[in-house]
Design a protein around this ligand. Structure first.
Ligand SMILES: [Zn+2]
Ligand SMILES: [Zn+2]
Length: 70
């Protein structure tokens, strides 16, 4: 796989969208692995330095998908 930005060999894949990135263009972003619904507050299990391509825009919060509830 090639880097999305410069077509060099990618060293990794964006955790959020799956684009390839080389070491020059890899960034990190916190990635929410799992959400825990507590009584008062929702807690998240987060990877602080997940690989990110700088192209996609991960949202800080999960998105509601009410159309999937049936
Ligand atoms: Zn690159
Ligand atoms: Zn991405």
């Amino acid at each position: 796989m090639d880097c999305w930005h410069c077509r060099r060999n990618a060293v990794g894949v964006c955790r959020f969208c799956g684009r390839g990135v080389c070491e020059d263009h890899a960034e990190t972003q916190p990635f929410v692995l799992e959400l825990f619904k507590g009584k008062d507050v929702t807690r998240a299990l987060v990877v602080e330095d997940a690989l990110w391509c700088k192209v996609c825009t991960p949202r800080p919060d999960p998105v509601d998908l009410p159309e999937l509830d049936s």
